[in-house]
Ligand binder design. Structure first.
Ligand code: BTN
Length: 316
């Protein structure tokens, strides 16, 4: 029996006795106890009260395929042929990389969630959204200029739609709320760099983070800034609905159609910044993005434009 069957039972936030859990899952009480130990290792707040049993205080809002499908737009249903909802995966980006265009994977937990620049994306069970989809483009890498920024716009729209104010983007594709990171985007390209290529669009959105160990930058989740948030299933549907709109618009018109909106959301515009490129640090004033999504920085030596890759940006 996997720990997930137990989590399905405890997701209601009510007390369950060891015996009732054992009976429901057709396992011994010792086996129940062993599985319960795992929940603690997963960072879930398991309570144990003598005479009443065990509960996950506050319950868990688990993903439900039916609820996601019910909130999908007609356009998303048409363009996304598979909604693969998993429990625990290494990385949803890795799952989708072997699939075909229009395939979506969302998971409750990632054991090897990938972040930008080789970092790990902390992905505890049932608390946030981890989702990837595969999209196909003609025209090779050149046609993808600014794509990650456009995806950032899609995510920012969804966070606003969920009720959050103070949503901003940080070049190239972090989405911030009140200055702290709420979502990250990782695009991975495969196929023909000069022709038809597939892009894995991976998004991690902090929804209700209970166990945040290992995050090395200021972060925030949706529950901390919005009183009543939509269920994670609804949020996932809103995200997919918006992504389909943005990816289709991008396919037709590239980044140009998103530039204005991106710049309105830009957290760093007009601020003094340090851009790190390997061992080099360039200081200057952040001045928005060019038509291809490159970051414009006014330095004492003149204007410089930075494009993706291993560049990192911070305010000084
Ligand atoms: C970043 O470093 O800001 C990018 C984080 C991207 C995380 C998401 S979670 C879903 C998808 N699967 C992964 O392994 N990474 C992306």
């Amino acid at each position: 029996m996997s720990v997930e069957a137990l989590l399905q039972k405890l997701a209601d936030g009510e007390f369950h006795s060891g015996r009732a859990l054992g009976e429901a899952l057709a396992i011994s009480r010792t086996a129940v106890w062993k599985q319960l130990q795992k929940l603690e290792q997963m960072g879930l707040p398991l309570e144990s009260v003598k005479g009443r049993g065990y509960r996950l205080a506050g319950g868990l809002d688990l993903l439900s395929r039916g609820d996601v499908e019910a909130a999908l737009s007609a356009r998303a249903r048409e363009r996304l042929h598979t909604l693969d909802i998993r429990g625990v995966v290494d990385s949803t980006n890795a799952v989708v990389a072997d699939a075909d265009a229009g395939y979506v994977c969302a998971a409750e937990q990632q054991t090897a969630g990938r972040g930008r620049r080789g970092r790990q994306w902390v992905s505890p069970y049932g608390q946030n959204l981890y989702c990837s989809l595969l999209w196909e483009f003609e025209g090779g890498a050149a046609a993808l200029e600014g794509l990650s920024l456009a995806v950032g716009v899609a995510v920012a729209r969804v966070i606003r739609q969920a009720g959050a104010a103070g949503v901003q983007v940080k070049w190239p594709n972090d989405v911030l709320c009140d200055g702290r990171k709420m979502a990250g985007i990782l695009l991975e390209m495969q196929g023909d760099a000069a022709g038809r290529c597939q892009v894995v669009v991976g998004i991690g959105l902090n929804v209700a983070m209970r166990s945040a160990g290992g995050i090395d930058q200021p972060w925030v989740d949706l529950t901390s800034v919005v009183d009543e948030i939509p269920s994670r299933s609804r949020l996932l549907a809103y995200l997919l609905n918006e992504l389909v709109v943005v990816l289709e618009d991008f396919t037709v018109g590239g980044f140009a159609g998103f530039r204005r909106e991106w710049q309105q959301l830009d957290a760093f515009r007009g601020r003094e910044v340090a851009v790190r490129l390997g061992d080099d640090v360039v200081l200057g004033t952040s001045a928005g993005v060019d038509a291809g999504g490159g970051l414009i920085v006014e330095t004492v030596e003149g204007r410089r434009v930075f494009n993706g890759g291993e560049v990192s940006l911070r305010a000084v």
